[in-house]
Design a protein around this ligand. Structure first.
Ligand SMILES: C[S@@+](CC[C@H](N)C(=O)[O-])C[C@H]1O[C@@H](n2cnc3c(N)ncnc32)[C@H](O)[C@@H]1O
Length: 279
């Protein structure tokens, strides 16, 4: 990624503020409370790629040319993901959470910020092996249409198969990972039965509301890109969307400490960031 200028000027701050305000008013995407350092880096990356020299020049392009906005949008959302990412979390989920879900007549799980779907498919594999997939509905949502389209296709990069096989095993996988995909002409596709009870939808955690009540919500590696005010706001949305005694799982560098709702959860597993709603 191209370098942003080492010195932040007051003028540049005003320009970035105006650009983000303009994007919100023109396109409805609200990045105003994303972490500033990360947004700044990505804006400069786009400025260099477009052959421009400052933020105002990018603003002019973004406001008048929606294709430039869409290129900037794909820089601003960071789709990095993996199957069974941090496999110990899936193993802990299998051992500690699954036994508590068994008694429910029906299970609803929300992957908020699902990216290209690897996390939701990993969950589907785990639930299939635990005999719970048929009574579960998995909602996989993201702000990015591109990411969602890839999630719906269920195609995973062939060069990641070795890593994913290892992670599947480390997550307590009971079969062979190859039971879950087909490979044809160098294209690896996760089997469609995993998606039977999966709903993909565009949902923006910043501007959209709660849309259901869930027994489990995973929102991993999404709020790290938000400032603390926005994290508080999104935690409220997640809390409103979680059933009593439901489980919230955040990324391994994230926490609910220092958010206004930390007292509404008990820590079920501190190391793997699994919390249970108490009120
Ligand atoms: C780094 S990925 C994390 C994917 C997955 N949860 C994981 O941990 O592997 C972050 C995802 O959050 C999505 N995202 C960013 N801002 C969002 C928002 N306001 N609402 C919903 N999704 C958002 C991005 O599009 C991206 O797909």
């Amino acid at each position: 990624m191209s370098e942003e200028p080492a010195q932040e000027s007051d003028l540049e701050k005003i320009e970035i503020h105006l650009l983000l305000e303009g994007i919100f008013r023109r396109y409805g995407y609200d990045f105003r409370n994303y972490s500033y350092a990360s947004i700044r880096r990505r804006i400069w990356h786009r400025i260099h790629l477009e052959g421009l020299s400052n933020v105002s020049a990018l603003q002019e392009r973004v406001m008048h040319h929606s294709e430039v906005f869409h290129r900037l949008l794909s820089d601003l959302v960071i789709p990095v993901t993996e199957m069974f990412r941090d496999p110990e979390i899936f193993l802990t989920f299998r051992n500690e959470v699954v036994p508590l879900l068994r008694g429910l007549p029906y299970i609803r799980i929300w992957h908020a910020g699902c990216s290209t779907g690897e996390e939701a498919h990993s969950m589907a594999i785990l639930l299939h092996e635990e005999g719970l997939l048929d009574k579960t509905r998995i909602y996989a949502t993201d702000i990015s249409e591109n990411a969602l389209q890839r999630a719906k296709d269920g195609i995973i990069p062939i060069d990641r198969m070795k890593l994913y096989t290892k992670s599947y095993q480390a997550a307590g996988g009971m079969q062979s990972f190859s039971d879950y995909y087909t490979s044809d002409d160098g294209i690896v596709m996760l089997k469609p039965f995993l998606r039977t009870n999966m709903v993909f939808a565009r949902h923006n955690l910043v501007t959209d509301r709660s849309f259901n009540e869930f027994h489990v919500i995973l929102c991993r590696n999404v709020m790290i890109y938000f400032n603390s005010q926005l994290r508080g706001q999104v935690h409220k949305l997640l809390h409103d969307s979680l059933a009593k005694e439901g489980f919230l799982i955040v990324g391994n560098k994230e926490s609910i400490s220092h958010t206004p709702l930390e007292d509404s959860y008990e820590t079920m597993n501190d190391q793997y960031r699994i919390f249970r709603k108490t009120r």
